[in-house]
Ligand binder design. Structure first.
Ligand code: UDP
Length: 360
């Protein structure tokens, strides 16, 4: 297939582009920068276009027309940004993504739209005065694509602008499907993690995702900070598992994913952020430690101090993967320990390679 991959050089995009090329597809990859797809840049079936899709001058229409399938991974998908630049988060994640979807509608092309598990918001069990018999029962935090209700915070908690923008985009795709037979598949990723997830923070005001903060703290012996005690929980999904499922959606045998929403995540890998910090520190001490650097302490910091005004959080989210299992025969195989260790190994070796290059 001729595949147009937008946002192809981000974390998920770079792994997916690699797989698409390996499977023999012809890929036009569009992104702002190419570092994460460096290993594939010379591939005969890859055309890389360095392009800001927000630029009025670029030929979105022509590119969509030439493709058999469009995959849209373009997003600001990092909570630090939802708090710092909420308007741009709305513009990119809704307005710009809508243009891509509408080009697909115009040209009758199938679209795979990456959305987010953030659309589910908070759990009912987390609400004040929640009338829930056993709040710890995972059933209250297990979200299903076609039946779960969404609970978001007030407007003043502007973290939720991302969730809202993505939700609205999903609803528009659904409406185009209903009214015009538009063919899409929406993917809701649950905390994918692996090599290249984020760049480690370089400046004081860089706010990557939690893994990169913890990794940076381990490499430098600075404190690992738990926002509000690290009680929130996430299900981390190793990128190879995620790409396997995504690739089955690309293949879409028998049209099983036509006009479907699919959760991709590992329900078996749930950890609190505190557990994640402790596990990463244990793995680091056992496998990677530089004896010259002290092991970091784990401290708690208030959310508003860490992120600024407008902070709120998803307390817990577990994917119901019945659909991915039944439509695609997919099952995640990576456990949490191997997921963290393999991802950490990548960053440790990157840091050591960088040090060797500087010293050499
Ligand atoms: N978090 C933390 N310490 C950090 C960065 C994040 O405790 O240094 C928390 C954050 O408040 C959230 C969780 O880790 O509860 C996951 O945050 P992340 O930014 O990785 O993305 P999310 O899963 O919320 O999209």
């Amino acid at each position: 297939m001729k595949i147009l991959a937008l946002g192809a050089a981000g974390f998920i995009g770079s792994h997916l582009t690699h797989r698409l090329l390996k499977e023999g597809h012809i890929v036009t990859a569009v992104d702002l920068q190419s570092e994460k797809v460096a290993e594939d840049l010379d591939h005969a079936h890859l055309t890389f276009l360095r392009q800001d899709i927000r630029s009025p001058a670029w030929d979105l229409d022509g590119m969509v027309r030439d493709a058999d399938l469009v995959i849209d991974l373009i997003a600001y998908a990092n909570p630090g940004l939802y708090l710092r630049i909420p308007l741009e988060v709305f513009r990119l994640n809704f307005l710009e993504n809508l243009k891509i979807a509408e080009a697909c509608v115009r040209h009758g092309k199938r679209l795979i739209q990456f959305s987010t598990c953030e659309v589910y918001g908070r759990t009912a069990a987390s609400l004040k005065n929640a009338a829930v018999a056993d709040p710890e029962d995972p059933i209250h935090a297990t979200f299903s694509e076609d039946t779960s209700e969404y609970i978001l915070g007030p407007v003043a908690k502007h973290r939720w602008i991302y969730s809202c923008a993505k939700q609205l985009l999903e609803r528009v795709l659904h409406a185009y499907g209903l009214e015009q037979g538009f063919n899409y598949t929406i993917i809701r990723p649950f905390n994918f993690i692996g090599p290249k997830i984020d760049f480690l923070p370089q400046k004081d005001d860089d706010i990557p995702r939690v893994f990169s903060f913890f990794m940076d703290a381990l490499l430098n012996g600075t404190p690992m900070k738990l926002v509000n005690g690290g009680v929130n929980r996430r299900c981390y999904t190793y990128i190879d598992d995620a790409i396997e499922c995504t690739y089955r959606i690309v293949e879409n045998h028998g049209g099983v994913c036509d006009r479907q929403i699919v959760n991709i995540g590992s329900p078996y890998n749930e950890v609190s952020i505190r557990q994640m910090a402790e596990t990463m520190r244990e793995i680091y001490a056992a496998r990677f430690r530089d004896p010259a650097v002290p092991l970091p302490e784990i401290i708690s910091v208030p959310g508003e101090e860490f992120y600024g005004e407008g902070y709120d959080d998803s307390d817990r989210r577990i994917p119901d993967i019945t659909k991915a299992r039944t439509l695609l025969g997919w099952e995640p195989v990576w456990g949490i320990h191997d997921t963290l260790e393999t991802t950490m190994r990548y960053y440790v070796s990157e840091r050591r390679n960088a040090a060797t290059t500087c010293n050499g």
